[in-house]
Ligand binder design. Structure first.
Ligand code: SAH
Ligand code: SF4
Ligand code: F3S
Length: 446
């Protein structure tokens, strides 16, 4: 049995799947376990504790978790004292079933249960298996938002909301993350002040649907008001956010893009489909036209705004005509980046009852057509930056040797020859070449 100690003499290997929300949770998990004497390491072979923070948004993400668990099972055969924990959305969805399917797992903790980790890990150190996946009511959850982990970087993600109340018909997130809740504004601001003191210059606000921040709690600022307060924090030069739900994108938020220079010229605004019939079946709460009107308003408020999005291909009942409407929507919007997924049937969701009308090959063929169009458009868009001067917040050394990298306000990654003293500064970079996902530039001298 291991002794309790706060010396960091035990090894934690943490593997994260899924969205930024999970990445952020993993930082918090690492922070919580540091208090129990675990330092994070890169090699699972040396671990005393392995934690998988999982995603179940599509069946493939879920299968991947079981694949990786197989590897840790083999490690446990060699090191009988290895503790294996599974958290995140698959843990939430599967609960006890996970222990039945993978009896070598020791700890299963759900998305509302990070605060129970110390107690669960201690129990596992004494050989006891535990599952904690109960949802906690909103009142209590407000007190349980774990603080952000420490950061050495110049950019940081800050969770402002958890859960989702939208119940899009295809989506498992509301079932595995629970009801939507907005974090207390004073706690958000306190965290951002602390991050600013540590050298952070850019904040990305995180939530499944940030546009509805504060709307359900009396006395809270709404999202545009919150952005304003954050932009006023000394040392914060840039504010971003993700994700926006089109139905809740208010004219007040659009106005922020006209009024607030610290708000970056980027909006991730998933349309999911360009067809009204599919949007209705998805229960998205907006039509194609309503979406396009909002995109136009954003472009008017901030002419250089870069719009990115998500699209689901092969939703049950999607006809060739529906799909072509998605392609035409892409052309009208001109997405800077587009994340596209083949529809995946998820347990508990409304769409799981719908008749799946297409073969695997048909869905793949549509996805390939979408990719071809998007690659052409993304390259063309990036090429349009060549010759322009862009303000780039320098984040660090690029993987390519002597180059440094940062991002434009529009969230385009730029590499250029620079030096370490520029990290944390916003510098003017002249764009000289464009690839589909990357811009190459040189520092503007003088
Ligand atoms: N809250 C965010 C996104 C959450 S999930 C939003 O509403 O935009 C991220 C993306 O995964 C979604 O935008 C959607 O495009 C995709 N997605 C969600 N469920 C899916 C499913 N069952 N099959 C395929 N893609 C899915
Ligand atoms: Fe899922 Fe829709 Fe909520 Fe996004 S808004 S997390 S797609 S239910
Ligand atoms: Fe996946 Fe859960 Fe995020 S299902 S996308 S990790 S909220």
């Amino acid at each position: 049995m291991l002794n309790e100690t706060t010396k960091q003499d035990k090894n934690l290997f943490l593997e994260t799947f899924g969205c930024q929300m999970n990445v952020n949770d993993s930082e918090k998990i690492a922070g919580i376990l540091k208090g129990l004497g675990y330092r994070t390491i890169e090699n699972p072979e040396e671990a005393d504790l392995v934690i998988l923070n999982t995603c179940s948004v599509r069946a493939r993400a879920e299968r991947k978790v079981y694949g990786h668990l197989g590897r840790y099972k083999a490690l446990k055969k060699r090191n009988g004292r290895l503790i294996i924990g599974v958290g995140g959305c698959v843990a939430q969805q599967e609960g006890e079933r996970l222990l039945q399917n993978a009896p070598f797992v020791d700890i299963v903790f759900g998305t509302h249960n990070l605060h129970l980790l110390p107690e669960m890990v201690r129990a596992a150190e004494s050989g006891e298996k535990r599952t904690e996946v109960s949802f906690i009511d909103n009142e209590q959850r407000l007190d349980l938002f774990p603080p952000a982990g420490e950061t050495a970087g110049v950019t940081a993600f800050v969770t402002i909301m958890q859960g989702c109340d939208n119940f899009c018909s295809y989506c498992i997130v509301p079932y595995v993350r629970g009801r939507e809740i907005s974090r207390r504004p004073e706690e958000i601001l306190e965290e951002i002040r602390r991050l600013s003191d540590q050298g952070v210059r850019e904040i990305t606000l995180l939530g499944q649907n940030v546009n509805s921040y504060g709307l359900k709690i009396a006395g809270y600022p709404n999202f545009p008001e919150l952005i304003q307060k954050i932009a006023d924090v000394s040392g914060i030069e840039r504010v971003r956010f993700t994700t926006s739900h089109p139905k809740d994108l208010s004219s007040e938020l659009v106005e922020c893009f006209a009024q607030l220079p610290k708000l970056c010229s980027h909006m991730h605004l998933p349309a999911q489909s360009g067809s009204d019939a599919v949007l209705a079946a998805m229960r998205r709460g907006y039509t194609r036209d309503e979406y396009l009107v909002k995109v136009d308003a954003l472009k008017k408020a901030r002419p250089d705004i870069q719009i990115t999005g998500d699209i689901i291909v092969g939703f049950p009942g999607e006809s060739e005509d529906d799909f072509e409407q998605t392609l035409s929507l892409m052309q009208e919007v001109g997405y800077a980046d587009l994340f596209s997924f083949i529809y995946s049937k998820r347990p508990e969701t409304k769409a799981a009852e719908f008749q799946d009308s297409m073969t695997y090959e048909e869905k793949h063929a549509r996805l390939a057509r979408l990719h071809a169009l998007q690659s052409d458009m993304a390259l063309e868009r990036n090429e349009s930056f060549v010759g322009t001067l862009q303000g780039v917040l320098v984040e660090g050394r690029s993987r390519r040797g002597d180059q440094w990298y940062g991002r434009t306000s529009g969230n385009r990654i730029v590499t250029f020859a620079g030096e370490g003293s520029l990290v944390g500064e916003i510098v003017d970079v002249r764009i000289i070449r464009a690839h589909q996902t990357l811009l190459l530039g040189e520092l503007n001298q003088g």
